[in-house]
Ligand binder design. Structure first.
Ligand SMILES: [Zn+2]
Length: 316
């Protein structure tokens, strides 16, 4: 069974031996050049975005006091979370074909990265972007619910991957997509509320324009994540370029970059609003972040153990 899966995987994804060739192109060996570029684009989108974020972070650290200013903690969390999810996703694309066990484990790691990013997004929208009128309505439950949904989306995705693997039916998709969908609806609500209630003068605020872009890019990305359209319309023509997952990657990266720009502008221009709304809660939100990350990592490690047990049972 393991051999069959490994053979199937090696047809679908590059093997770990091809990684150096992928990064410094290419002398094709066992995979066709189309497969190599197919994954190469998925990897490069995230690598380029990671590099842009690292440079942006270096630039920001010259004018933002991340060590001393507690109000800068959420900004630090979202930048770290973005770099983490991009790195974990890159690793999943590069190394999942190593073996069946690593295939699952890298996917689980990818889900941990997504959970961290979900929590980071919820935090910065709640902390910097929110209008006082929306804050008043949701302050009692927003952050704990966001943390719970981030963990649930990690746990649900790990479970669906473990239980249903590739052929996820309705139940598998529910486990995977429901918590993530609910999390997005909650996490983006401060931004959507602000867009909807902005006065004509506020509509030209550059931060608001970036927020509109992040919502638009996310929706386009989500569409291509769940609908393999170019492949459906042009069967056999999207191996090299234009696959829906590649388009999803590009829009997700654009969404993250627009989100970070919006948040940086909010951090700089809305201090009078968020400092009175949030008071000295930044440390609590950072502690909740550590707790959410710990729960997600432990869940992923537990599921990886279950995979190992299942595989060793199959071998016996
Ligand atoms: Zn991907």
């Amino acid at each position: 069974m393991a051999a069959v899966v490994a053979e199937k995987l090696s047809r679908l994804f590059i093997s770990v031996r091809q990684v150096p060739q992928l990064l410094a192109p290419p002398v094709p060996t066992t995979v066709s050049s189309s497969e190599q570029h197919n994954e190469a684009i998925n990897v490069w989108t995230h690598l380029v975005a990671t590099l842009i974020l690292l440079l942006r972070f270096q630039q920001l650290s010259q004018r933002v006091d991340f060590g001393q200013d507690p109000h800068a903690q959420p900004l630090l969390i979202i930048i770290t979370a973005s770099i983490t999810y991009l790195t974990f996703s890159t690793l999943a694309h590069l190394l999942q074909a190593k073996s069946e066990f690593w295939h699952y484990s890298f996917f689980f790691m990818d889900y941990v990265g997504v959970a961290i990013y979900q929590y980071g997004s919820a935090l910065v929208h709640y902390y910097y972007a929110i209008e006082p009128s929306w804050h008043e309505k949701i302050q009692g439950f927003f952050m704990p619910t966001a943390a719970l949904l981030a963990w649930l989306s990690c746990a649900g995705s790990c479970y669906a991957k473990f239980r249903y693997h590739q052929s996820a039916g309705l139940l598998g998709r529910l486990c995977q997509e429901m918590p993530s969908g609910l999390a997005y609806l909650l996490d983006i609500s401060p931004v959507v509320h602000r867009i909807c209630t902005a006065s004509p003068a506020e509509r030209t605020d550059p931060a608001l324009l970036y927020h509109k872009c992040q919502v638009l890019f996310f929706l386009i990305g989500a569409f291509f994540f769940s609908h393999p359209y170019p492949e459906k319309l042009l069967p056999g023509k999207c191996y090299f370029f234009g696959q829906s997952h590649q388009i999803f990657h590009v829009f997700l990266v654009l969404c993250t970059l627009a989100q970070i720009e919006a948040v940086v502008l909010d951090y700089e221009s809305r201090r009078h609003i968020y400092s009175s709304l949030q008071g000295d809660l930044a440390h609590h939100f950072s502690a909740l972040c550590v707790f959410t990350v710990t729960c997600s990592v432990l869940t992923a490690a537990y599921m990886a153990r279950k995979v190992r047990d299942k595989l060793s049972f199959k071998e016996d």
